[in-house]
Design a binder for this molecule. Structure first.
Ligand code: PA5
Length: 426
């Protein structure tokens, strides 16, 4: 479903030299041994997911789609980025869908929060609150605010029917609230961490409400699971990619720059930054994930990438055929000098920008470029891509001898913030 072109700075021999290590780690992933093994639920999720729960989720999502103008999704990190990136990748940035999806709870920004609350005053809206722990401060504050607005608008008993929660099966403040209030609730399984949860109700509820074919997404992930669970480094593109990342890091490239030529894929880069950054950035190890959207950023960071400190390599996500296209018109005077492109599609210009930039970065800039190529982006391919990256991330982190599934560093800021806010026990 996707093609992977390995960067030219690493040879086939160097990739194959990882054979033994990859074989061992692949076994560890499949058999769920190794560090953080109680968080490997995502590996078999595309076949193991709760079919009955999905049916209920699809009915409820359709109810939201047919009865509300806006769905407010409250969540942060892994409880936010997957849905946001899939929504933009598949629907575009200026989507005119009948259900508007607004994200809240990914920030403490008073400006953003107040603007959203004001906007919702005159809208018929439902809420989808997502938190595995049920105690994340950004999410909880937003949910408290938006729930109060909803209850004020429609009354507490009506509000209940418009609140849909995704949380742990048993634990956490949100779960307690769901039990007491009787909200519609879906489970984020205990053995799947936030940044590996996009194919669970965390991503599926808001995406289904937005009219996306989430069953196709799961089918794509299922295909990926079948194709990528083996240790053949000659053919398994997921592990070829993971090994190339490890090789780059060990050869002085400390930054992986995710590159897209499609602005509606920019949020996918944000999801990738979280997936790799939070999984690998531990014990003073790991690649720093960055992202750029070209050609826009060729007019900013492009200079650094071409000529600056040689710390990075690129992983380019190239979609060959866009959903929509525009042809360049003729003008009689040709004052802007563009008639040489008359009749050409913007997709053609974009692809030429991609090829020209890649050549410049590789040949003159000395920047190694991996390319992940997709013919056409749809729900099934995106499901495949999600699984591909999660599995590549687990392999990469294990190659660094790191537990991919915890995030001990994230707790430090929280402790300080809670102390400053006067939370009990801090
Ligand atoms: O990947 C992760 O585990 C984190 O990014 C979490 O998803 C994020 O902190 C939100 O946590 P929660 O779902 O518990 O609110």
């Amino acid at each position: 479903m996707i093609n992977f072109e390995l960067n030219k700075a690493v040879s086939e021999k160097e990739i194959l030299a990882y054979g033994e290590k990859v074989s061992k780690i692949n076994k560890m992933i499949n058999e769920k041994t190794g560090a953080g093994n109680d968080f490997l639920g995502w590996v078999d999720w595309p076949v193991d997911y709760d079919k009955e729960e999905l049916k209920r989720l699809l009915v409820d999502a359709k109810y939201v789609r047919d009865n509300f103008e806006v769905l407010v999704v409250c969540g942060i990190g892994g409880s936010y980025l997957g849905a946001r990136c899939a929504l933009e990748a598949l629907k575009g940035i200026k989507s005119n869908d009948k259900l508007e999806v607004i994200f809240m709870g990914q920030t403490f920004s008073p400006n953003y929060t107040k603007q959203v609350l004001d906007y919702l005053e005159n809208k018929k809206f439902a809420i989808n609150v997502i938190s595995k722990s049920g105690t994340t401060t950004e999410t909880s504050i937003s949910f408290r605010l938006v729930k109060a607005l909803l209850e004020e608008k429609v009354g507490k008993s009506q509000a209940k029917n418009a609140i849909f929660a995704v949380t742990d099966k048993e634990k956490g403040a949100l779960k307690t609230l769901c039990n007491i209030e009787g909200y519609h609730t879906y489970v984020l399984p205990g053995n799947i961490g936030g940044r590996y949860s996009v194919l669970t109700p965390v991503g599926l509820f808001p995406l289904a409400a937005a009219g996306i074919d989430v069953e196709a997404m799961l089918t794509g992930a299922k295909e990926a699971r079948k194709e990528l669970d083996n240790d053949d480094l000659k053919t398994n593109i997921c592990y070829r990619y993971a090994v190339s990342r490890d090789y780059m890091l060990r050869h002085g490239k400390n930054v992986e720059m995710f590159v897209t030529y499609e602005p509606q894929m920019s949020q996918l880069s944000e999801w990738l930054k979280q997936l790799f950054g939070e999984s690998e950035g531990k014990e003073k190890k790991g690649l720093l994930p960055g992202s750029v959207t070209f050609s826009t950023d060729l007019h900013s960071l492009g200079q650094f990438i071409q000529d600056g400190t040689p710390v990075l390599f690129e992983t380019i996500l190239n979609i060959k055929t866009p959903e929509l296209d525009v042809a360049i018109p003729h003008t009689d005077d040709d004052l802007d000098g563009l008639n040489y492109l008359e009749g050409k599609k913007l997709s053609y210009v974009n692809q030429m920008a991609f090829l020209g930039t890649k050549k410049a970065h590789e040949e003159e800039g000395g920047v190694p470029c991996n390319v992940i190529e997709i013919d056409k982006l749809d729900a099934k391919t995106l499901g495949y891509l999600f699984y591909f990256f999660m599995r590549a991330c687990a392999m990469s982190a294990y190659l660094l001898e790191i537990n991919p599934f915890n995030q001990p560093g994230v707790e430090v800021y929280k402790k300080n913030m809670f102390h400053l806010l006067g939370k009990k026990g801090y």
